[in-house]
Write a protein that binds this ligand. Structure first.
Ligand code: PLP
Length: 388
């Protein structure tokens, strides 16, 4: 039975689909290969790289949550992004934001350097830069909104319209919000990309990715490429991700609530000079967030007063927060984009994107908010004490 409300889609994924045994929760299918009924008589599945029932269930639920026709599940978020690059030839141009995830930036710049496609890197929040770049007729425009790690926002519907006018496809990396908080296909995008490693799985025990298309033919092309280059996700990871998805709506509610309270507290902390969080009314993307998102998410970043000594003291004094890459898990994480998630960008590119050495990124978890606040407050106080 098909559902159209997001909480129900997430919870009901695969439930009661086992006609053989009546298992309520769908089984995990680990078999790498499937028998033919007879000579040249294939069943739905023949080999797990090409297709797998557990992976299909995950692909369908993510596609349904995004309102797309087709979902492709990949082994990592980066392979999902790489998959979308298969749409480009060496004659085509890819247009990307200058402040995207560091791993994406590294992939695009290295592929472009080898002549796989042409690359334009612009500040997509700058209307002039963006329209100049679109006038050069890129084949594909990648948006990352909110962006990692500066939480910059762009107007998806507006850019999709501009892109359509020049015949470009638009792909949106929706990792920071998930389909529960933003549905780019409804706003005119052609493709949505996820690192399912983050909120969609939500338990920091899977690395995975997904690509969803609005158009079935485009979905078929990407499904073909995913099998051809062999980047489809594993059944076990798909199973865990399906399990994670069931609590995505409820997790996001608590992530959101904790983040609002934490940011409110940090606003008056003297160790912090700037907070980048779209939920703040003075954030440059606040109005866009209200229009195109159904929540502000639980990612934010802030800039510390001081320098390296203060940054080191902050990280040395967090106890509940873990100093680690990644985001979107149930546990609170803290990271230093310049030396961690965005190390794939050279320092000049980081500077151009606005990533400085005192920028700290936070992924707010589901612990008691009083513990989260107390921990960050203690660490910030310790970082301030260093400068005295
Ligand atoms: N896109 C964004 C916005 C990310 O933050 C990340 C990873 O942090 C990726 C893509 C890559 O995903 P993965 O680490 O699952 O390959």
């Amino acid at each position: 039975m098909k559902h159209d409300k997001l909480n129900t889609i997430a919870v009901q994924a695969g439930i009661n689909s086992d006609e053989h045994h009546g298992a309520v929760v769908p089984a995990m299918h680990l078999s790498s290969t499937y028998s033919l009924k007879g000579f040249n008589e294939k069943r739905q599945y023949d080999y797990s790289r090409s297709g797998n029932p557990t992976r299909t269930t995950l692909a369908e639920v993510i596609a349904d949550l995004e309102g797309g026709s087709t979902g492709v599940i990949t082994g990592t978020g980066m392979s999902a992004i790489h998959l979308v690059c298969q749409l480009l030839t060496n004659e085509d141009t890819l247009l990307i934001p200058h402040d995207c995830y560091g791993g994406s930036y590294r992939l695009f710049t290295h592929l472009a350097a080898r002549g796989v496609f042409k690359l334009q890197v612009v500040d997509q929040t700058n209307e002039q830069q963006l329209s100049d770049a679109l006038a050069k007729k890129p084949k594909l425009v990648l948006l990352e909104t909110p962006s990692n790690p500066l939480l910059r926002l762009v107007d998806i519907a507006k850019i999709c319209q501009q892109a359509k006018d020049v015949g470009a496809l638009v792909a949106v990396d929706n990792t920071f919000l998930s389909p529960l908080l933003q549905r780019p296909l409804d706003l005119g995008a052609d493709i949505v990309i996820h690192s399912t490693t983050k909120f969609i799985n939500g338990h920091s025990d899977v690395v995975g990715g997904a690509v969803v298309t609005k158009d079935a033919e485009l979905g078929e092309t990407l499904t073909w490429w995913a099998n051809c280059i062999g980047i489809t996700g594993s059944p076990f990871d798909s199973y865990l991700t399906l399990r994670g998805i069931k609590t995505l709506p409820i997790r996001l509610k608590q992530h959101d609530e904790n983040t609002k309270q934490l940011v409110q507290f940090l606003q008056s902390h003297p160790a912090i000079s700037t907070i980048h969080y779209p939920g703040l009314v003075d954030h440059p993307g606040h109005d866009i967030a209200k229009a195109q998102q159904t929540g502000f998410g639980s990612m934010f970043s802030f800039e510390l007063n001081g320098g390296e000594a203060q940054v080191k003291a902050l990280f040395a004094n967090v106890k509940l927060f873990t100093l680690a890459q990644s985001l979107g898990g149930v546990e609170s994480l803290i990271s230093h984009p310049s030396t961690m998630t965005h190390a794939g960008m050279d320092l000049d590119a980081q500077k151009a994107a606005g990533i400085n050495q005192t920028l700290i990124r936070v992924s707010v978890g589901l612990e008691d908010i009083s513990d989260i606040i107390e921990d960050l407050n203690n660490a910030l106080n310790a970082s301030q004490a260093v400068s005295k």
